[in-house]
Design a protein around this ligand. Structure first.
Ligand code: SF4
Length: 334
């Protein structure tokens, strides 16, 4: 019997029994999943965790940009950073009407939540007031049927409380990668700022959405360490996983694209690390997964971002809805 026949089922049996997988065991599972037999075994067992906690249900969410471009920060993968596009136009604010139209369109595509996402380190007063107004208009236009989320960067306790009062019930702020790798990717704000913002949002009463980006040169140890920080310190309800779409002009513009099997292994490892969290597949899935889009659910995902992303075009909602229907999965649209 090979190691792949023993450790992956043993780790998953522990997780199904309510135990937390150890860092060493997780690293070993990831290593074994690097060959074909281990890869399919990892997916097979990760799917058992998904089925136990989510049965045949999935959720869809959608995002709209509230403020675009000219960001002061230097996240190396991001096309919105002014550091990589000198002479970029000033940041553009998107009006509440346009965001409300986007939310209504997402609702028609069965999204149960809509997030307003702003570029920048933290909200300034005009853009923050615009988010509050957009939130109120979307609540009215969708008859409060959608969960409203916001992703505005670093937050003060006062801003967090105002978002809650306006109807925002979930805050997104990604850790992006491990603390070790983060220091190589971003120099303009600290990992701790991100952790603190998530805790501020939680204290104000918001549910948390926090994940990261892969394909930026990180190792498996980085992937697992971010997952363990999320699992043990942050406890998000939703974990968005993004896969780099290299954007020309950014420092990662020439990065080698990820392969589909590696992406599926990451999804499966996050399902094992956080068995009851909603694992959401977000940016970069179409270009990196190619023909293997539908495998994300077998690997353990329970949610996808439907429609376009912030800086790249997504798959058509019709294709995603057809894929989910063909798989016999049911969309929870509340
Ligand atoms: S990821 Fe966000 S904070 Fe970083 S450069 Fe892009 S818009 Fe700015």
């Amino acid at each position: 019997m090979s190691r792949a026949d023993t450790i992956i089922p043993r780790v998953v049996a522990g997780v199904l029994d309510g135990q937390k997988a150890s860092r060493d065991d997780l690293l070993e599972c990831a290593r074994l999943a690097g060959d074909s037999a281990g890869h399919y075994e990892l997916l097979y067992y990760a799917n058992q965790i998904r089925v136990k906690h989510f049965a045949d249900t999935v959720r869809l969410c959608s995002i709209g940009a509230g403020k675009v471009g000219a960001c002061s920060e230097d996240c190396k993968w991001c096309a919105q950073s002014a550091a990589f596009a000198p002479g970029q136009k000033p940041a553009e604010l998107i009006g509440p009407e346009e965001l409300t139209d986007a939310a209504c369109s997402a609702r028609r595509n069965h999204a149960s939540s809509f997030g307003i996402v702003n570029s920048g380190l933290k909200p300034g007063d005009p853009d923050f007031q615009a988010v509050l107004e957009a939130t109120r208009q979307i609540e009215q236009a969708t008859a409060s049927e959608m969960r409203l989320c916001a992703s505005l960067g670093l937050l003060t306790p006062q801003q967090a409380a105002e978002l809650v009062d306006a109807g925002v019930t979930r805050y997104n702020h990604n850790l992006e990668t491990s603390e070790r790798m983060y220091a190589q990717m971003v120099s303009t704000h600290a990992y701790k700022d991100r952790v603190d913002t998530l805790k501020t949002a939680r204290t104000a009463g918001m549910s948390l959405c926090a994940g990261g980006i892969f394909g930026i040169g990180e190792t498996w140890a980085d992937r697992i360490d971010m997952g363990l920080t999320l699992r043990d310190e942050i406890e998000p309800d939703v974990v968005p996983l993004n896969f780099l779409s290299p954007i020309p002009g950014t420092p990662l513009g020439d990065a080698k694209p990820m392969g589909p099997r590696e992406i599926l292994n990451i999804i499966a490892m996050y399902r094992i690390m956080m068995p009851t969290a909603d694992i959401k597949i977000a940016g970069g899935r179409e270009i990196n997964l190619r023909d293997m889009q539908s495998w994300i659910f077998y690997a353990g995902a329970t949610s996808v971002l439907i429609g376009n992303y912030l800086t790249t075009i997504g798959r058509s909602p019709e294709d995603d809805l057809k894929m989910i229907s063909d798989l016999g999965l049911k969309i929870l649209d509340r």
